[in-house]
Design a protein around this ligand. Sequence first.
Ligand code: PEP
Ligand code: MG
Length: 916
Amino acid sequence: MVKKYVYFFGGGKADGNESMKNLLGGKGANLAEMAGHKDLQLPVPPGFTITTEVCNYYYKNNKTYPEGLKEQVEKSMKKIENLMEKKFGDVNNPLLVSVRSGARRSMPGMMETVLNIGLNEKTIPGLIKQSGGNERFVYDAYRRLIMMYSDVVMEKAAGIEPQNEEMGIRRQLEKIMSEMKKEKDVSSDTELTVDDLKKLCALFKERVKNVLKKEFPEDPYEQLWGGIGAVFASWNGKRAVAYRRIENIPDDWGTAVNVQAMVFGNMGDDSATGVAFTRNPGNGENKFYGEYLVNAQGEDVVAGIRTPAPINEYSKSEHNKNLISLEKYMPDVYKELFNIQRKLEKHYRDMQDIEFTIEKRRLFILQCRVGKRNGPAAIRMALDMYKEKLISKEEAIMRVTPSQIDELLHPIVDPKEEQTNKPIAKGLPAGPGGATGMIVFTAEDAVNWTKEGKKVILVREETNPEDVEGMRAAQAILTARGGMTSHAALVARGWGKCCIVGCGALHIDYSSKTLTVNGVTLKEGDWITLNGTKGNVYLGQLKMMDASESNKLLFNFLKLCDSIRKLKIRTNADTPEDARKARAFGAEGIGLFRTEHMFYGKGSEEPLFILRKMIASKTEDERKKALNELFPYVKSDIKGTLEAMAGLPVTIRLLDPPLHEFVPRNEEQQKELAQSLNISLEEFKKRADSLHESNPMMGHRGVRLGITYPEVTEMQVRAIFEASAELIKSGKKVEPEIMIPVVSTVQELKDQLIIVRKVYSEVIKKYNLKKIPYLYGTMIEIPRAALVADKIATVAEFFSFGTNDLTQMGFGFSRDDIGNFVPEYIKKGILDEDPFQTIDQEGIGELIEIGIQRGRKVRKDLKVGICGEHGGDPRSIEFCHKVGMNYVSCSPYRVPIARLAAAQSVIKENKDRKKK
Ligand code: PEP
Ligand code: MG
């Protein structure tokens, strides 16, 4: 038996359903579901889907089709004919079809579409009859077919490469059309007369023949197979491949092809087409939202050539408030559409993006899919749908991605700056947040300038899929044309990128790379600032601000996550300010306070100067003197941080820098230090030289410093205990954890513990306290330490995995030098990803598991966490959860992301368990 390659849908039935996405593609499965599911049975134009298997066959077999496909396609065409009561290629009552792509995951605008297939000189009169004598509509459809088909099928799919864009057939035909408009002195396509259009079609066909050396095909089936081939070919088109790389879509998924009866939104003023969302994708409000265009085809909405009208009052904006809404224009159709969108959302239990067409007041649903949304909208929708009992708590949590949370943490334009700066233009707010950058006019420049480290804003008339890489590189996107469903808006929304579209006041001149807006001329490289939430464009580089802390919805959502997660979330913070910020983000403690960081970039040079003195000391006496001077600074920083954390655990790591990092290279500073140490510059230089190490990362750092200079440990431990004692005395709670870095043997820990205990009893006595609660523990960041974790845990009360060093020493990759080779490793597929960003579970992960297992064998209640950079990486967090850590610790800005990732880890684990 021949395999089934074609799945039919229509007339309240369908061969496929939603669960067959891999085979039918997202669109095909969705059309089948909408047409055939008993709760829906929506008015979908009938059609069929050619499976993704055919796409893979096509590429494996030299662009040919499997046996039996032809018959299956023809049989399905007959079924469409029956349902539509029209005939493909019929002179009196012709059926027209569309041919569209449809991969497993939506790739908006990345592949080809051909509409109006089946139209030719012979069927034209029949279509005129069908349309009630609307000749203009028919010739317009014909000229669209010629334009699309000659470009997509005859040129692109045939592999004809014009020397430049101008010489491409599409541009040439567009030029003919604009010349005709100029000649007729009209500005819009719709002003061209029937005769104009007839002439245009003839001119088009002549040009096609001259340029492509081939007659435009009149045979409907030839047109159909041409369209099908073009869609399959476009799976490997440049822009589809680029998009797949960005979105990590495997090449072997392939695309399906959907052939469907054409319905027309451009049959006159009683026809229309539009895009609607069951909730507002810009802010998540539970309000039906959308746009439509009277007497237009779907491509007109997406192309952004005309400004679409709002479907209802709610969808009105500055931009389209004077246009009549669908609700008012065709109340009955609107009502039907409204009911359908409710059904669809209930059925899919998520916000849907719906494409519809109205042909002579008859509504057709062309497609629906889960609507893309930005971070703020994702969070609002998840919370609302949970409250509405449409989805469970777990589903709500899974609906938001870590990067969407990240979006909310991104900067906005400082509102104060917005009060004092007037926008130079206003457009539609298509992507939230603020951005500032230099103007570039091409996607290519956006990519190149960004590579040079510049911040750019890509300014275009409108974007198309060829611009995707540039859009990705840019800080933000600004277009002169297009609506909220234009290409730029859709793509930016998917990425959560700041974006303003339809900014009509912009007059862009690509050739001179300038932009004129309300009398001001800007050139490439000039700075502008966008507020993508409001749609405001400002001149110059305005100050940005972080809005995250005041975002109430985000915090409600994160609370939901907190009710599920098991991992605690701590932060890596080195100053009281960082600690406060992290607490506002929900940190439940500090997992890593890097003592040495308090000396970096201080306004006052003083503590750094003393630290340098301490490092350059030769004798214990000199060192002790410097340490005594340093003591009050260290103590006050620790005290401030403990206080800011209000009784939450604070892991203070003892000094761990490679020492030479702190030796000044500048002779002026060297002189000053020499003077204060009472030594000659020469002697100072000698000492500095003696600090030089061949492998400082594996040199005299961490605990090794404390072993050779016990007074360094003593000073720090005293600072910790005295800061704690003083806080306790003033009625505050503290929970310090003393952490020893770079440990490889338990003996090191034992050595340092003697100092800790000695200082502890001195401080208790001094402050007349019974007790200061504290823990004594270590980092596990050297492979040996993980292996002898059972011995180490006899002394350490907690482990914190320093996965930066553990990765460095586990791989033997110097963490400061990976730039020279890791990218090549990834490019060549030797590594899947940078192991310093995401834990290498196979190797470093194994070390971690061994460490935890052996540690807990001797100390059941051993507290285990992670403080390497991986603590803020969602996939690494999932791993930390799986191996039974108590907490992860990450930079303040990643705390919200970690809260979500930790909750999602629990949900995924439960799901996996159920599967088993
Ligand atoms: C680590 O090694 O993972 C760590 C947190 O310490 P640092 O990055 O300071 O070496
Ligand atoms: Mg380390």
